[in-house]
Design a protein around this ligand. Structure first.
Ligand code: SF4
Length: 464
């Protein structure tokens, strides 16, 4: 009988994609996926250290590893950023940990599991590896519509608050030929939207083609048949070039959305954060982007209460938010992360109550901006790529506009993965609601007898 594995994933899109790659590697090695940890011979906990108390969460997960009456339990491997940071210490502290596999050694996991039965097995690999190639076509993608494709691993920037350069290592680029082939395979499997991933995704320079920067890579991916949309995360403002803006403007499959992390609206705070751009540089970039693409949606990451942040510096964040009017924002209260430059050099001196006051003010402002931007869209017709179905209501679908706004509407599940036009009828700060346009042409005869929102097909076992 085939051995079974279960992967528990925390953290960012890159970690989720690493788990998809690990699943594929384990499938190749003859394993089968298990429905849950209770049914698994191998449990992989793919950790993230960006959020607070990452290690505590890992120990909570370890406490939930199933142990039967005779003390038998599955093999447990810890992977990801906490594994990279803590290394062998996890074996010593976590009695249920068998293997620790760092962020750069994922492809070694199946072999390390096999070696466990031998004398003196290798139980920890947190070595740096320069090679970022990954067996093509291996990733077992969990999303039927969207496919992540990693183009860069690691980062050399060492922003003061960020642990990534310590956990993911120095910046390494994947060959363009390999990226394009992976996109081709994903599109052939039916994935319509490609997400290019990298810590500074727009710093890309192909190691196998002298002429290929990020703008050129967008063109290569754009040419792949079957790809309908291209997104990427996350770019750094100081690497947004005129060539990149021109490519975004010229290539219709590249979504009209840019996540442009700013972190603070104050140049003095940005200097302490080691961001290497000023408030003025950033606002100038926003102007250039909007001049080239007036309808581009912008989102950002913001940190409040960074060490030494004064009320005036926080006011700069508020005024920058008012000026840019982001379509969405991820905002965080600063908290120290082990090993970061800020944790070693700058005292976390903004009182917790003050941080809370500031984030509440920022989030209130942002919510009001989103509410207003969304209200203006009521009555318009937008194109959405249908990317998910509601777990509770079988007839409800959700999609995203090119600008990345979520739109909910009633329609049959067969439309998953299709580009549809939706007329917006209601708005809220976090999403829009609408009705499908051109339903008959979209879904054929089935639509002719289907009254959206009123008379929907019965769903077995459904309750009100
Ligand atoms: S550029 Fe991004 S990944 Fe790199 S150190 Fe700064 S915040 Fe972290």
């Amino acid at each position: 009988m085939a051995r079974k594995y279960f992967i528990d994933t925390f953290g960012c899109q890159m970690n989720v994609h690493d788990s998809e790659r690990l699943s594929g590697l384990l499938d190749q090695a003859g394993y089968e996926p298990a429905a849950d940890a209770d049914d698994a011979d191998l449990v992989v906990i793919n950790t993230c250290s960006v959020r607070e108390r990452a290690e505590e969460r890992l120990y909570t997960e370890l406490g939930m590893v199933p142990v039967d009456g005779s003390g038998k339990r599955p093999i447990v491997a810890v992977t990801g950023c906490v594994a990279q940071q803590e290394g062998r210490a996890l074996l010593e502290r976590g009695r249920r940990v068998d293997l620790v596999v760092g962020t750069q050694a994922l492809t070694r996991l199946p072999a390390m599991v096999d070696q466990l039965a031998r004398d003196r097995p290798e139980r920890v690999d947190i070595n740096p590896y320069d090679n970022v190639s990954f067996p093509l076509g291996v990733a077992r993608r969990s999303d039927p519509v969207k496919a992540s494709v990693t183009i860069i691993e690691g980062c050399n920037d060492f922003c003061a608050f960020c642990v990534v350069p310590f956990t993911r290592g120095h910046e390494r680029m994947r060959p363009a030929a390999e990226i394009v082939e992976e996109v081709r395979l994903a599109a052939a499997e039916g994935h319509r939207e490609i997400h290019l991933l990298g810590q500074i995704v727009n710093h890309y320079v192909a190691p196998d083609r002298a002429d290929c920067d990020f703008a050129q890579l967008l063109e290569l991916v754009h040419d792949v048949p079957g790809v309908e949309r291209i997104r990427f995360a996350s770019p750094h403002p100081r690497h947004v070039t005129d060539r990149m803006i021109a490519a975004m403007r010229a290539l219709p499959k590249v979504c009209r959305h840019l996540h442009l992390p700013v972190q603070s609206g104050s140049t003095t705070v940005l200097t302490r954060m080691r961001r290497r751009h000023t408030r003025e540089d950033y606002l100038n970039l926003v102007d250039r982007l909007r001049a080239a693409m007036p309808n581009i949606a912008l989102s950002t990451d913001m940190i409040v209460g960074f060490p030494g942040e004064t009320p005036d510096e926080f006011e700069d964040t508020i005024s920058l938010t008012r000026t840019v009017r982001y379509d969405s924002m991820f905002s965080f209260k600063y908290s120290e992360r082990p090993n970061t430059l800020a944790s070693k050099q700058q005292a976390d001196d903004v009182p917790p109550t003050e941080k809370t006051k500031r984030i509440v003010a920022l989030q209130e402002l942002q919510k009001g901006i989103q509410d207003e931007l969304h209200r203006r869209r009521v009555g318009s017709v937008v194109e959405v790529l249908v990317d998910s179905t509601s777990r509770k209501r079988a007839w409800e679908l959700a999609g995203r506009t090119s600008g990345n706004t979520v739109v909910n509407f009633n329609a049959p599940r067969e439309l998953l993965g299709q580009l549809m036009r939706v007329r917006i009828s209601q708005s809220g700060p976090f999403s829009l609601r609408g009705e499908l346009v051109d339903t008959a042409t979209a879904i054929g005869d089935q639509a002719a007898t289907f009254q959206f929102g009123r008379d929907r097909p019965p769903v077995a076992g459904e309750r009100n």
